[in-house]
Write a protein that binds this ligand. Structure first.
Ligand SMILES: [Zn+2]
Length: 281
């Protein structure tokens, strides 16, 4: 049997070693930093990065995109147009490359940073101009060279969000845009589900941000104009024995889900945080 090794860490956001236990899920201790409030898995598995490279959920993404999904990516790209000066766009944790494929169709020079082996198989099949096979925390790319960096559902997987954001700040040109998404630990669905919240998966999701902590991380890295919005209410649960979960009556739930989704996007309690930040000129 393989021996499981653990690494105890300090808070990645503020460096403090003081934290208190919130709960244990599937053997993973989830703690909150006493100094800045960051929630993270501590200790974490020693082989976390290797796991992200070989499996994890790093390669997850849809096999194909529906027309509305493609439309959403195009809409997101058009919101980035005001930042296009050098004509370079980068995705950190590019997954299957759906976003970069659309970006390349829109005429951008594309950069992908990715370590997950199955994601790389996909990325090698699409017209990515520069494929950087290095972790987000230590990738190499010229300073001040890109207009926009996108990082979607990635930061919660990293060994050090702080180092990744510092690298992104370095590669962005002055005035460049970072746009990221991550789960919201302060969301209504997390409060309702407690430790059974579906996104609490200690082998994969080791940093659980909230609006206050992502704002601090980005401000400390030198970003300004940090804007946060949240969306969606996901009631799905994940238990240690998912086969024992009672099935939810989805057909009855669906109309309410739509209504709640529409309402929650007006608040800061949606389960997905979409964050933009700008590198000062
Ligand atoms: Zn902290």
């Amino acid at each position: 049997m393989t021996r499981v090794e653990w690494v105890t860490i300090s808070c990645d956001v503020c460096g403090s070693a003081d934290h208190r236990l919130l709960f244990v899920k599937e053997g993973f201790r989830h703690v909150r930093c006493e100094t800045c409030g960051m929630v993270f898995v501590n200790p974490r598995l020693a082989g976390h990065l290797d796991f992200q490279a070989s499996s994890g959920t790093g390669s997850m993404g849809d096999d194909s995109l529906s027309p509305p999904q493609r439309q959403r990516l195009r809409k997101e790209l058009s919101s980035m147009e005001p930042f296009r000066r050098l004509n370079r766009i980068m995705e950190v944790g590019a997954g299957r490359g759906w976003f970069l494929l659309e970006a390349s169709r829109a005429g951008w020079e594309t950069w992908a940073v990715e370590i997950n082996s199955s994601a790389l198989d996909y990325l090698r099949k699409i017209p990515v101009n520069n494929l950087v096979v290095e972790p987000a925390e230590e990738f190499h790319a010229p300073a001040a060279s890109v207009d926009v960096v996108r990082m979607w559902d990635v930061i919660e997987h990293l060994e050090s969000p702080r180092r990744a954001v510092a690298h992104i700040h370095r590669v962005l040109r002055p005035g460049g845009l970072l746009r990221l998404a991550t789960t919201n630990f302060a969301s209504l669905s997390r409060k309702v589900n407690g430790p059974e919240w579906v996104y609490l998966n200690g082998s994969d999701h080791i940093f659980l941000f909230e609006p206050d902590t992502i704002r601090k991380l980005l401000a400390d890295a030198g970003f300004w104009d940090v804007k946060i919005r949240t969306r969606s209410f996901n009631l799905r649960r994940k238990l240690y024995h998912p086969e024992h979960e009672p099935a939810l009556r989805w057909s009855l739930w669906r109309p309410f889900r739509k209504l709640i989704d529409e309402t929650i996007r007006l608040t800061s309690f949606g389960h997905q945080m979409i964050v933009t930040a700008v590198k000062p000129e």
